[in-house]
Design a binder for this molecule. Sequence first.
Ligand code: SAM
Length: 274
Amino acid sequence: MTQTPAPADLYNHALADAYDALKMAADYEIWADLLEGVLQEQGCTGRRFLDVGCGTGTSSLAMQRRGFEVTACDISEEMLEIARGKDRAGNVRFLQADMRALPDSLAGFHLIHWLDDVANHLLGPADLGAAVRSSAGALVPGGVLVFDVNPLATFTAHYSLRRRSVVERDDTVIISTGLTARPSADSPAEARLTAFRHQGDGLWTRRSATVLEHHFEDRTVRNAIADAGLDLVGSYGFGDMTAPGKLVRPADEQRHPKIVYVARRPVSADRAGH
Ligand SMILES: C[S@@+](CC[C@H](N)C(=O)[O-])C[C@H]1O[C@@H](n2cnc3c(N)ncnc32)[C@H](O)[C@@H]1O
């Protein structure tokens, strides 16, 4: 199995304690609404939810507050550490796991999601295939897998050479600088991420790491879903200002900030994956 170098470097050493500054809490509620809508549409009433690549646990806790029984995993111990710190009551089970080979103990879920370009951290079709198979195996028959990928427009916006973006919030400033001459379909692309954090008394820390993401073409994702024995419910554009919080069809690589895939384990099929 190919190794994923990005999380160890990026999330463990540079970004974990600055990650939440990049995110808006309200966006996780919008996503949770969307997941509940998908489950309703699919007639899936079970409440066992697995948050794969849970990061600092914001989506795990949003779903727990909505009455889901939540298990959450990530490859980065540092991200999990922060997630556990937010869950003082211990309502969510957080564990370290690689999404390409989830432990057999993770089984029987009605809903699994990989939120916010977790999929693009997988560095090629073989890793993507392994991850979809592994999640498929953790679903109950009729269970639903939902994940988003960054389309080419997002790669171009963030990873093109010298393309720079800055996020500034409270005591954190994060600068992203693209490193890839021309991001292209079904290929990896890189950016340099530098996080400055104010520690008090005018003292700032500075940490940098490389973000490495892989763009997946629609047909690569569809193949991974079919090979894992899942039925594709649909692919949708998401994050468009003209339809906030909505899944829209058709997905457009050039227009939508995210593309969302919804897949379902057939009710009659044998257990896919492990
Ligand atoms: C962009 S963050 C998203 C975090 C979270 N889902 C959210 O929406 O805030 C990507 C996460 O994927 C995790 N990740 C990357 N590769 C992984 C793998 N092979 N298995 C499990 N988690 C992985 C990283 O450690 C990181 O926490």
